[in-house]
Design a protein around this ligand. Structure first.
Ligand code: ACO
Length: 335
């Protein structure tokens, strides 16, 4: 490894429209009490008609570039974590590149559902640490409101729309990303899925259209296991124990999943960042939105040790341990 990889910029965008549990209970056989007690979710944001993963991702990315102090023409690579794209192709990353007015650098989407952003950070780290690229933009942006079956109360109450972004840069000083463990347990491929426009017409899983279908209890079981095991391994690789962490930023799927996972790791509630109550599960956007809010609220400070822990459809999972050092230490001009 030649360089250290640091997150030097962060940004987020949430649609204006707030839909709380009471509003959902007007059209669905559900209640605020059921949703809150089972998931911790009180409200979620839903896009306006003109908004998409790329428009939200562009706004989040602009904010991340601003906090990082780099301009769009200094980006060397764009990775977008997305599982609800507005077009099958070109990629959401290509649309964001266009929205930012960035140079014609490589841009691609990465679909690991809710784990996509941490996968993306780890890919950015590989390019940055070898010296291939100096500045990588990683965006997580999702519009699950357009892939939900709004008649299915067991899934639609859980999700929301939003976007988050981070700038990853090379540094000669230690700190930043210390370790990352990624995995996927394909035994759980049918626990949560969403057929696409290219699904086989004889695929029984695609018979009900292009909507998310979920077996909540199966997702719960696989997700908790993947999060705990990857977090333990990532901590071990960073030569740390859970008590060394100042903060964990878990994927905001469900308060009970977060509590089961953090209790098993022995991490007290005050070290766990939570915003699932306000946004629900925003899939690949959940971790970057939470990371951004953790910094903005002062919960994450320079020198802190933080773990990002996630799981999603696949069943994908990933954990990353960082020492939060948000300043880059290399000149920014491209090679
Ligand atoms: N309102 C009222 N009742 C409901 C609702 C609702 N919104 N949804 C389900 N119910 C009912 C069910 O019909 C069932 O009724 P029954 O007993 O009469 O059959 C009862 O509540 C219990 O249902 P369960 O599914 O057993 O409830 P459970 O306690 O497992 O909680 C939940 C469901 C919240 C979905 C939970 O399983 C969970 O959080 N799983 C994880 C899901 C997740 O995080 N998915 C994200 C990954 S997605 C991705 O990566 C793309």
């Amino acid at each position: 490894m030649l360089f250290f990889a640091r997150v030097t910029g962060w940004g987020k965008y949430l649609p204006q429209r707030v839909v709380d549990n009471h509003e959902l209970s007007k059209t669905l056989d559900t209640s605020d009490e059921w949703i809150t007690s089972r998931t911790g979710i009180r409200a979620r944001r839903i896009v306006a008609d003109h908004e998409t993963a790329s428009t939200m991702g562009t706004l989040a990315a602009q904010q991340a570039l601003e906090t990082s102090g780099v301009s769009a023409d200094q980006i060397d690579l764009i990775i977008t974590a997305n599982s609800s794209p507005e077009r099958v192709f070109p990629s959401t990353a290509a649309l964001i590149q266009n929205g930012l007015g960035a140079r014609p650098v490589a841009a691609f989407d990465l679909n690991a559902a809710c784990s996509g952003f941490v996968y993306g950070l780890n890919i950015a780290r590989q390019f940055v640490s070898t010296g291939t690229y100096r500045t990588v933009l990683v965006v997580g942006s999702e519009v699950y409101s357009r892939i939900l079956n709004w008649q299915d109360r067991s899934s639609c109450v859980l999700f929301g729309d939003g976007a988050g972004a981070a700038v990853v840069q090379a540094s000669t000083e230690p700190g930043g990303i210390l370790s990352c463990v990624m995995g996927n347990e394909s035994a759980g491929i049918e626990a949560v899925y969403c057929p696409s426009v290219a699904a086989s017409p004889v695929d029984p899983l695609a018979q009900n259209g292009q909507y998310l279908v979920m077996n909540g209890q199966q997702v719960y079981k696989y997700a908790v296991r993947g999060m705990i095991e990857s977090a333990r391994t990532a901590l071990h690789e960073a030569r740390m124990t859970p008590s060394d962490l100042d903060l964990i930023i878990p994927h905001q799927a469900n308060l009970r999943i977060i509590q089961t996972m953090s209790e098993s790791l022995g991490i007290p509630d005050e070290k766990v960042f939570i915003n699932v109550d306000r946004y629900g599960n925003t899939a690949g956007a959940s971790i970057p939105i939470a990371l951004c809010e953790a910094v903005e609220s002062g919960r994450l400070q320079e020198g802190d040790r933080v773990a990002l822990i996630c799981a999603g459809a696949g069943i994908s999972y990933a954990s990353m341990v960082m020492e939060w050092q948000p300043k880059a230490a290399l000149p920014l001009s491209p090679e």
